[in-house]
Design a protein around this ligand. Structure first.
Ligand code: SF4
Length: 214
């Protein structure tokens, strides 16, 4: 069994798979409290309903999208998430996992495409970063910084210089919606020649920042 906040289909709005039709499986519950969290409704561990993992997989299979994203909340806060990921992989659909970077990712199946946050000072959860996770990242994985201001950018640049020189994962820099001007972030990246991809949250461009389930 697993505690599910919602399952819906939309277009993947972030990551290197942006634009791909996707089934979203949002697990309930998160132990973090990021300042910019845009899924506050999924933070309580009692914000979902208990479902059999096979029923979740059946819903994902029925929609038949090429991609499934397991997200939250913090999906790895539920131990049965690993079982869900294994069963989703068995369907042959590409499986992506979005995680805060605060929990151990070593047991995530290697075929899962992981998007691992590095929490900046602006998130107020910087101390939760589990740096040991970096050793488990592969070329198909992604490291995401959400930047709230110029100080976050400078901090991220330092982390890239000091910790991510040898990573094969893609590094994403994402301006916090409504807090950091994307034009400024583009200018800083070009000025500093950072080895990153800049991304916007495409679903918010299309449907606005407040709409959920898209
Ligand atoms: S880790 Fe994600 S779900 Fe949890 S508080 Fe931070 S932004 Fe929200």
């Amino acid at each position: 069994m697993i505690n599910i906040h919602e399952i819906y289909q939309s277009i993947q709005g972030e990551s290197t798979l942006v634009g791909v039709p996707c089934t979203f499986v949002r697990l309930a519950g998160c132990p973090l409290r990021c300042t910019y969290c845009d899924t506050l409704q999924a933070i309580p561990f009692d914000s979902g309903k208990s479902m059999a993992i096979d029923d979740v997989v059946a819903q994902v299979s029925a929609w038949n999208n090429p991609l499934v994203l397991v997200t939250g909340g913090e999906p790895l806060a539920q131990k049965s998430c690993i079982d869900l990921l294994q069963k989703l992989l068995a369907t042959g659909i590409t499986v992506q996992l979005e995680t805060s970077g605060a929990l151990d990712i070593s047991t995530v199946p290697v075929a899962v495409r992981k998007v691992v946050d590095i929490k900046t000072p602006g998130s107020s959860e910087e101390k939760r970063n589990r740096w040991e996770n970096l050793q488990y990242l592969q070329a198909h994985d992604e490291i995401k910084f959400v930047l709230s201001n110029q100080a976050d950018y400078a901090w991220a640049k330092r982390v890239i210089d000091e910790r991510l020189q040898d990573t094969s994962a893609t590094i994403l820099l994402s301006p916090c919606w409504g807090a950091l001007n994307p034009e400024d972030l583009c200018a800083w990246i070009l000025r500093d020649k950072l080895p990153v991809r800049m991304q916007l949250q495409m679903h918010k461009v299309i449907w606005g920042a407040e709409k959920t389930g898209v």
